[in-house]
Design a protein around this ligand. Structure first.
Ligand SMILES: CC(C)(COP(=O)(O)OP(=O)(O)OC[C@H]1O[C@@H](n2cnc3c(N)ncnc32)[C@H](O)[C@@H]1OP(=O)(O)O)[C@@H](O)C(=O)NCCC(=O)NCCS
Length: 434
């Protein structure tokens, strides 16, 4: 093993530079020493979409995209999904270690006792149109929480951070349920503290006239595992937004609203909604080859396929496929599964997908389960947001406590007009006038 040094020669000047390599990276600021003359700004790297730029050091989530590995704080996702609850996972992500029995008890008690929404929040939700997308309601209402808890701006106070953490993890399912029931024209349901985190969420969504809602244990467990699988995914688009907004020292409610907005897009958390729409559009197994042809011709994307990091089967998709069988035993088989399986089979054998290393991602099968469980399509990104909230908080807190972090502020390559004088409109004339 040689020295951890990168030697660069700038052929514009003939100068040679030695840049230290640490953790497999060079420090981008070292590039600025590479200049053609004293007034030169120095070299930068160009990386739209941050495809090869590490913006932070993190100890939360590890992904090996080539091998299809995902770990939270070192624990393989397969083991966490099997052995932990979502709230244990949330504690692991936010606090760094799996909680002891008493720590978990305290964590669960605090989250359970912050699920109620201020009555004015409900009035706020009332103001949305009857057909408002629940994700739009969620984003706006989470931002509105900032006005209810102004002390949340004390971001450097550990006690305040913990309180806002309880509130965010607890209230996001309550807001999500209100958003859903508002759309359905149903009265809001108060949280039931006797139920688990996930059981209570199902209660707030689906309770009708019976005095007590009893969640189906298989569906409750499936939903809990889905929350776990969505809890964190290192520096994805929404986590980067959480860190970016948080880096200006905005409060965590505003930062979470920003992260949720990023999640809404069809290339991120909105993909599961698009997968369902795509499967419905395909309609039956026989139409799959024609759809694959459209994808290869560049007409449409195969939603739920491909990933910026995974160049192998997404490990979360494997776990979801197993859950699907258990869910379908309770709900009956979703016919869309057959279309999805056929799509997967054909795509995995096709040169187009093999060459580009496009495999099913987490969203490919999750929508089919959600539909079987009775969730409307518009709620899918909201379900993703509930699980991801703990990851966002973990990322936000790590960023805040990292002394090397600064306000997020990328550079640009300016290719616009050079200096020119501004001519007042009355003197400029109109090129269309003869
Ligand atoms: C996730 C995603 C945004 C990653 O994008 P990315 O890392 O920027 O990858 P690129 O868009 O550069 O894709 C590389 C190549 O694969 C193709 N490709 C990527 N995803 C594809 C898909 N789902 N269907 C068809 N082709 C796809 C691109 O067209 C590109 O082909 P080209 O090299 O001929 O131009 C992208 O795969 C996608 O849009 N997937 C569908 C949406 C989805 O499921 N999102 C959920 C992610 S969890």
């Amino acid at each position: 093993m040689g020295k951890n040094i990168l030697t660069l020669t700038d052929h514009r000047t003939g100068e040679t530079y030695e840049l230290p390599i640490t953790n497999g990276t060079i420090n981008a600021m070292d590039l600025r020493k590479i200049k053609t003359h004293a007034d030169d700004f120095g070299l930068m790297s160009y990386d739209p979409g941050f495809k090869n730029t590490a913006a932070c050091k993190s100890k939360i989530t590890f992904i090996d995209g080539e091998k299809g590995i995902l770990r939270y704080r070192g624990y393989p996702i397969e083991q966490i999904a099997e052995k932990c609850s979502y709230l244990e996972t949330a504690s692991l992500l936010v606090n760094g270690e799996l909680p002891t029995k008493s720590e978990l008890g305290e964590w669960t008690w605090n989250i359970t006792h912050h699920t109620l929404l201020h009555e004015n929040i409900k009035k706020f939700i009332e103001g949305f149109r009857y057909d408002a997308h629940p994700m739009g309601i969620l984003i706006s209402t989470v931002a509105a929480l900032s006005t209810f808890y102004p002390e949340a701006k004390n971001i450097m106070d550990a006690e305040s951070r913990l309180l806002q953490t309880y509130r965010l993890i607890a209230k996001i399912p309550s807001i999500a349920a209100c958003a859903y029931r508002h759309r359905m024209g149903l009265p809001y349901v108060y949280p039931d503290n006797d139920l688990s985190y996930t059981g209570n969420f199902l209660n707030m969504l689906f309770k009708m006239t019976r005095p007590k809602y009893e969640p189906d244990p298989v569906l409750e467990k499936a939903m809990d595992v889905l929350f776990i699988l969505h809890a964190d995914h290192e520096q994805n688009c929404s986590a980067s937004v959480m860190r970016g907004v948080g880096s200006s020292h905005a409060d965590p409610f505003c930062a979470t609203a920003g992260a949720a907005a990023a999640l809404y897009g069809p290339l991120h958390g909105g993909a599961n909604e698009q997968v369902l729409r795509m499967l419905n559009e395909i309609g039956c197994k026989d139409n799959v080859p024609a759809y694959i042809k459209r994808v290869k011709d560049g007409g449409v994307l195969l939603m739920g396929f491909g990933h910026r990091v995974y160049k192998n089967y997404d490990p979360r998709a494997k776990i979801i496929k197993q859950i699907a069988d258990k869910v379908f035993e309770v709900t009956g088989r979703n016919f869309l599964l057959d279309i999805a399986l056929e799509l997967e089979k054909i795509a995995l054998e096709d040169e187009y997908f093999i060459k580009r290393k496009l495999y099913p991602n987490v969203d490919f099968y999750s929508g089919i389960i959600y539909q079987a469980m009775g969730f409307p399509v518009e709620l899918y990104p909201v379900l993703f947001a509930i699980g991801r909230t703990s990851g966002w908080i973990a990322q936000w807190q790590e960023m805040l406590l990292d002394p090397q972090q600064k306000i997020a502020r990328p550079r640009q390559i300016y290719l616009g007009e050079e200096y020119r004088d501004c001519i007042p409109v009355e003197k400029a004339g109109d090129p269309t006038e003869a």
